[in-house]
Design a protein around this ligand. Structure first.
Ligand code: X5A
Ligand code: ZN
Length: 704
């Protein structure tokens, strides 16, 4: 089961035939450049290639009126003047004699992808299509879109495959109002869209794109709009939106299928979006979605008009669909005030419909007029606006090209997953492609590292330690992405201790330790700010601090999810560790699927470098972690229970303490008594600059 890539060359035929600057950007090169880059990267070759078919008129009729389909069918026979006249009846649309054929292929590609994934022929996939679809409506073309590819695919999944819950994630920079209208009263489709909004001053200028539109009738709470009121949103803003808005609702919704209206005009350099998210961000967003619906993620291309940025972003998404680790995110992970304000508003608007948002601190909800003056957009067209736009475009071009240089130096590790077992576990059958780690650090070296620990004195523990040391080395030198090691039950704490020291010794400047169960932070490292210690279900820290956080183990799935989305991942993404160590210690009490979910989601912030330590003789747990990390099976959580009031309280309390320092935890703007946004407390972290690390691991320089 692999990743499907659905495409048809004919979709490059339609193009603009007259002078119409607004539509120029929707050009055939969008597809050819993207496909070429996928081939250059060897990604296309790794996919299951499917040739797109045309959607039938009955399939178009799942969403569109027969009259509208007939109008589009009629364009095949029109001359240029007539095409132009008809186009003028819609907003930002152009027709070409091949448009009907192309648009049927685009819808057909989405249908084929959904069929492939729902019949098990593919695990996930991407349909590379044009024209795009998310603006098109039952009886109207709109915003380059002719047929609503994603909406047709969703309706088909309901009717032909009997699905009851479909999540649509629209990360295009424009509001997919077409999808919203089609499903606004339908509780079986949860539609999430973020979009450039600027208080209604950005196309398509709709009141109903704002956060307070939540759906109609039975569909109340199933439309989720996250309007961006400023341009320049970046990686931290997008990840925060996923962790604090989309994912809590998505887990609660428990979709059977995830459709992505995958527009990349929300990426850096795009002339429409003016946003700042870098291509790797889309690998992270994709990975975050893959924990839903058993990994059944079907992406359909929407916008994306900067050819370089589009091609790179698509490659990143396909890499993630194929299961490759995502490169670390660049830039400081602090969401901006305007993003936080939007996040706060949508959480408040949705709270009545979603338990995962209830009993949380909402803070005062700000009316649009409370917007800070710097938040006001410049008026489009004015000289200051044009100047700012030009400067921004130049800045984006520089950022993008230096970023691409860095990405080229950073191939994914040859081994995705390695497992080091002790002799007690050798019977375990691992998924194919997972490496059995046999290599070990030299005996003498291992003994030297083990010396301070009585628990590592016996032979079994020492043998396991040798393998762990070797695995830490392979992960940090880029040979292996993630690893799982088994240790004798009594040796977990000591092995973790040594793994931390080895990581530091090799020059890792930021190490995240997620310790589940009874494990203690090494006392002599208690002040070491290179280590962020996060204890789940262990003892309270004697001296809790920014770098030592303890939280009780949530008892049910709902509680665990709030903990992971609301605390663990924001801390992890904010810390940007070089290595993540997850240790499941004595009495960890974590179910296998929960353990797998935790480890899987921690792949993102660590650039894929995760080492899990578990006690030996837990073959089901090791197997679950290996399958999850290897991309073979997403842990399926099923319908999600509600977090207990104690868990909610504990989290709320912790977040309040930590928020000023770890800004990724924030779900609301911070304001002083006079109502000004608080822009103080930029956190400082140890710089990464060790000669022992490959240069790319050091990541970009931070600016404070
Ligand atoms: C699919 C998409 C954008 C239309 C912009 C019209 N459409 N000004 O990105
Ligand atoms: Zn768009």
């Amino acid at each position: 089961m692999g990743t499907a890539l659905v495409y048809h060359e004919d979709m490059t035929v339609a193009r603009l035939l007259w002078d119409y600057p607004e539509c120029e950007i929707e050009c055939p090169e969008r597809l050819t450049a993207t496909l070429k880059r996928l081939q250059q990267r060897g990604l296309e070759q790794r996919c299951l290639r499917l040739e797109a078919r045309e959607a039938s008129e009955a399939e178009l009729g799942l969403v569109h009126s027969p009259e509208y389909v007939a109008v589009v069918r009629g364009t095949q026979a029109l001359g240029t003047g007539e095409l132009q006249a008809l186009s003028g009846q819609y907003d930002s649309v152009y027709f070409h004699p091949s448009t009907f054929h192309c648009a049927r292929l685009a819808a057909g590609a989405a249908l084929q992808l959904v069929d492939a994934v729902l019949t098990g022929a593919a695990r996930n996939g991407l349909a590379l299509v044009r024209p795009p679809g998310h603006h098109s409506q039952r009886t109207a073309a709109n915003g380059f879109c002719v047929f609503n590819n994603v909406a047709i695919a969703a309706e088909h999944a309901k009717q032909k495959h009997g699905l009851h819950r479909i999540l649509i994630v629209d990360w295009d920079v424009h509001h997919g109002q077409g999808i919203q209208y089609i499903f606004e009263d339908d509780p079986s489709v949860l539609y999430f869209s973020w979009h450039r909004y600027e208080h209604g001053r950005f196309w398509p200028f709709l009141r109903e794109s704002d956060a307070d539109e939540v759906g109609r009738g039975r569909g109340h709470g199933f439309t989720v709009n996250l309007p961006w009121n400023q341009v320049g949103m970046g990686n931290a803003d997008y990840v925060a939106a996923f962790l604090h808005v989309l994912l809590p609702l998505a887990f609660e919704f428990d979709p059977e299928l995830v459709l992505v209206a995958a527009g990349f005009d929300s990426a850096i350099g795009d002339p429409e979006g003016h946003m700042r998210a870098t291509p790797e961000c889309f690998a992270h967003l994709t990975q975050l979605l893959q924990v839903l619906a058993g990994g059944r993620v079907c992406a359909v291309l929407e916008g994306g008009y900067h050819l370089e940025s589009l091609a790179e972003s698509v490659c990143m998404m396909v890499q993630a669909l194929l299961g490759d680790p995502a490169p670390p995110l660049s830039g400081t992970m602090v969401p901006c005030e305007s993003a936080l304000e939007s996040i706060q508003r949508v959480r408040a608007a949705q709270a009545p419909y979603w338990t995962s948002l209830q009993h949380q601190d909402m803070g005062p909800v700000l009316s649009p007029s409370a917007c800070s003056p710097e938040g006001r957009p410049l008026l489009p067209g004015g000289p200051a606006y044009m100047e700012a736009a030009a400067a921004e475009a130049a800045e984006a071009a520089v950022a993008l090209s230096s970023l691409l240089d860095r990405l080229r130096l950073q191939p994914p590790p040859p081994v995705r997953t390695a497992v080091a077992l002790t002799s007690a576990d050798t019977a375990l059958v691992l998924p194919s492609g997972v490496l059995h780690q046999e290599g070990s650090a030299p005996r003498e070296e291992t003994e030297a590292w083990a010396r301070p620990h009585a628990a590592l004195a016996q032979d079994g523990a020492l043998t396991a330690l040798g393998k762990v040391l070797n695995l830490v080395d392979r992960i940090l030198d880029g040979q292996v992405s993630s690893g799982i090691t088994a240790t004798p039950a009594l040796a977990t704490a000591a092995t973790l201790d040594v793994a931390i020291r080895r990581g530091l010794h090799l020059g890792a400047q930021r190490l995240l330790c997620v310790a589940v169960g009874q494990l203690e932070r090494p006392p002599d490292l208690s002040d070491d700010r290179r280590i962020l210690w996060l204890s789940i279900g262990g003892q309270e820290a004697a001296a809790p601090s920014m770098f030592h956080v303890s939280v009780p183990l949530p008892q049910v799935t709902g509680g665990l999810l709030s903990c992971v989305l609301g605390l663990v991942l924001p801390l992890a993404y904010g810390f940007q560790p070089h290595l993540v160590l997850v240790a499941l210690g004595p009495a960890h009490g974590l179910q296998d699927t929960h353990g797998a979910l935790l480890v899987l989601m921690l792949r993102g912030p660590g650039g894929g470098r995760v080492l899990a330590l578990v006690q030996e003789s837990k073959p089901q747990l090791v197997g679950a972690l290996a399958r999850a990390l290897h991309g073979e099976a997403a842990p399926s959580l099923g319908p999600c229970s509600v977090a207990s009031p104690e868990d909610v309280q504990a989290l709320k309390h912790l977040r309040r303490q930590l928020e000023p320092k770890w800004r990724m935890l924030q779900v609301a703007v911070t304001r002083d008594r006079r109502g000004n946004a608080d822009l103080s407390t930029r956190r400082t972290l140890p710089e990464a600059s060790s000669p022992r690390l490959p240069s790319w691991l050091a990541g970009p320089r931070r600016t404070h």
